[in-house]
Design a protein around this ligand. Structure first.
Ligand code: SAH
Length: 474
């Protein structure tokens, strides 16, 4: 495989295929100034770009007349035809995810100003190329354009002054080292305490309007954002120009291991990147924030903590349930209720029904948790609530008796808290005092926010069912 970079400006390039894969290939070609013709029976709207010629029909060998390069992003049998035609035209074909029908391989590419690094695995392991690409991207300095400018300038000077070849390399290294050192001291002088190292940031329970001002500012100016699954990814990506990686559990995929997250943070911070570790709620409430802070301390990386609005308080609150209320509950206990774990150590020291109990990560195990509370002499009649997906499009609330908590049917896969205690009654009182249930008033603005893009469209519904409010996308 012979590595080369192509100058495509003003040259005809044919893109065969009109689906998502083809759409992903269009921008890089346009970026290089290629004159692109798209050929496919069906072409997605995102390929309808000014200056791009569209041919809504099957590929024909004559499409390659006058072309310098062809990208085949079609079904394999079509790619095969493209390959045959390209061979006869003596041009190279890049067949996306179809190495057997390709003669050119684009590989993984890392770009930083005018520096381009491309990785080839001879077409055998595109996924490995992708991983190497990410690794290189994390490793290369963020201000590579300054390195490039320095190297370029020195090269001209040395040529002019006739500096011998063998002296150039050590001199370049020295110049770059100076650049590196001045960057490090500049960033110490010009950045406030909060701008260096890692920010461990809480993102609240869901709605980005519940981020703190500081959280928002840190995300905006980050070079790298590592966010959890409960964080609104659309909002994160909308306000930062930094790289964003989801390190939490996503549908069907395992989360990134804690060790790996620590290593990613430490490595990026050592490169001088501003790293934001963005977590749902508050970073120190069942968020492993302190573990990460300890790992950063051990590695000598400066960090700051930006507290967030914790779902432990905000979820009941936004459902109209105060965790404390004068004369009703003068304290609250927040516990983790993962399935299968006995709660004795936490429940034994507590007088039954003496305070508000908030259980996080406990919706799936609510049956077992209720049984344990009853066994610890909490009254079966204690008011209880399940509050899910607060401040997201999937908000859902149930209220009833502790003994009936197992009969509730919360939506699957939506984070929720259990609230047990007399304070749950206050929700009803608030609902009666208002013309509509407290949460319903919020539904309209929530619906607006969701439709404006936060929740990926779909028709949002909010309806009251008895004392519950249900929101959802139809
Ligand atoms: N650090 C987070 C909690 C992480 S543990 C915080 O301070 O909020 C995850 C648990 O938080 C979930 O199992 C659920 O109990 C709760 N949770 C997170 N987001 C929520 C939301 N939008 N609505 C209700 N509960 C939520």
């Amino acid at each position: 495989m012979y590595p080369a970079f192509l100058r495509l400006k003003d040259r005809k390039v044919v893109l065969v295929g009109g689906g998502r894969v083809a759409a992903a290939k269009l921008q890089p070609l346009l970026h290089e100034g290629a004159r692109v013709t798209v050929v496919a029976p069906e072409i997605r709207p995102e390929l309808e770009v000014d200056g791009v010629e569209l041919q809504r029909r099957l590929f024909d060998e004559r499409d390659l007349d006058g072309a310098w390069y062809v990208v085949a992003a079609a079904p394999r049998e079509v790619n095969r035809q493209v390959l045959d035609a390209a061979e006869r035209h003596r041009i190279f074909v890049n067949a996306v995810d179809d190495p057997a029908n390709a003669t050119a391989y684009a590989g993984g590419v890392v770009r930083r100003s005018s520096v381009t690094v491309a990785i080839s695995t001879d077409g055998r392991a595109p996924a490995l190329a992708g991983l190497l690409r990410e690794a290189l991207d994390a490793w290369l300095p963020v201000d590579l354009d300054a390195w490039l400018a320095t190297a370029d300038e020195l090269r001209r000077e040395w040529k002019r002054d006739g500096v011998p070849m063998e002296e150039r390399r050590p001199a370049l290294l020295e110049a770059l080292n100076q650049l590196y050192e001045s960057r490090a001291s500049n960033s110490q002088a010009s950045n406030s305490r909060s701008q260096t190292g890692v920010s461990l940031v809480g993102a609240g329970p869901g709605d980005p309007e519940l981020w703190t001002v500081r959280a928002r500012q840190r995300v905006e100016t980050a070079d790298l954002v590592l966010y959890d699954a409960l964080v609104d990814a659309v909002a994160v990506r909308a306000i930062t120009r930094g790289q964003c990686f989801c390190v939490g559990k996503r549908a069907g995929r395992a989360s990134v291991k804690q060790d790996t997250i620590n290593r990613l943070m430490i490595r990026a911070a050592r490169q001088g990147k501003r790293v934001v570790r963005l977590k749902g709620g508050d970073p120190f409430v069942f968020g492993r924030g302190a573990e990460e802070a300890l790992a950063l301390t051990a590695a000598g990386i400066p960090f700051e903590i930006v507290p967030g609005v914790t779902a432990a308080v905000a979820a009941p609150e936004l459902a109209g349930i105060p965790v404390t209320h004068r004369g009703v509950a003068s304290g609250f206990l927040v516990i983790a209720g993962q399935t299968g774990e006995p709660l004795d150590a936490m429940l034994d020291p507590v007088r039954p029904n003496s305070l508000t109990l908030v259980v996080m990560m406990g919706v799936a195990g609510r049956d077992e948790i209720a049984a344990q509370l009853l066994a610890h002499h909490w009254s079966a009649e204690t008011p209880a609530a399940i509050v899910c997906g607060v401040s997201t499009c999937d908000e859902w609330t149930w209220t009833g008796r502790l003994a009936a908590i197992a009969s509730a049917e919360p939506p699957a896969g939506i984070a929720g808290v259990l609230v047990v205690g007399e304070v749950v009654r206050i929700r009803e009182a608030l609902a009666q005092a208002q013309a509509e249930p407290p949460a319903l008033a919020r539904a309209a603005s929530l619906a607006e926010a969701c439709l404006a893009g936060g929740c990926g469209g779909g028709e949002l519904q909010a309806k009251a069912e008895g004392d519950r409010v249900k929101y959802g996308r139809s």
